[in-house]
Design a protein around this ligand. Structure first.
Ligand SMILES: C[S@@+](CC[C@H](N)C(=O)[O-])C[C@H]1O[C@@H](n2cnc3c(N)ncnc32)[C@H](O)[C@@H]1O
Ligand SMILES: [Zn+2]
Length: 130
């Protein structure tokens, strides 16, 4: 259903290899479950290489896709995404927010805490900070 390849947004992205119906659970955001404290330390290290890998799961926990992650870690952010996040029973699901056509890049809104460390490149005129 999906494949990792080069993206116009940033390095690697994930693309639909077939039509994906609205609301389909596409992939889970896999990785090591860690505390938010550990996540903050690791993020400080990752951001120096320009990467965000930790996904906030709850107020106390996060998932670090840099350790044991799957292709979900290559899904880029967009301010007009075609996927959304559903957290159920401790699993972070990436679901289609509309019908996604074959060849389209999958994106979701990162909802970062607004540290504004990276300039968004989801479109030519986007001025948002990630
Ligand atoms: C979870 S990774 C996504 C995969 C990434 N493209 C790669 O090749 O490693 C998140 C990182 O991708 C980049 N990224 C994702 N969406 C972006 C966007 N809309 N604008 C700029 N950079 C983005 C940022 O460097 C971010 O830290
Ligand atoms: Zn944007």
């Amino acid at each position: 259903m999906i494949r990792k390849r080069r993206s116009k947004i940033h390095r690697w992205g994930v693309f639909a290899t077939e039509t994906i119906p609205k609301n389909k659970r596409i992939i889970d955001y896999a990785g090591e479950k860690i505390s938010n404290q550990v996540s903050l330390k690791r993020e400080a290290r990752y951001i120096r290489t320009g990467h965000i890998w930790c996904f906030k799961l709850t107020n106390r926990t996060a998932v670090d896709a840099n350790v044991g992650g799957n292709d979900a870690r290559f899904i880029n952010h967009s301010c007009q995404p075609n996927c959304y996040i559903e957290i159920k029973d401790g699993i972070i699901w990436i679901r289609a927010s509309r019908t996604i056509k074959k060849g389209e890049e999958l994106t979701y809104h990162y909802n970062t805490d607004g540290e504004g460390l990276l300039r968004c490149r989801c479109g030519p005129r986007c001025q948002a900070l990630l």
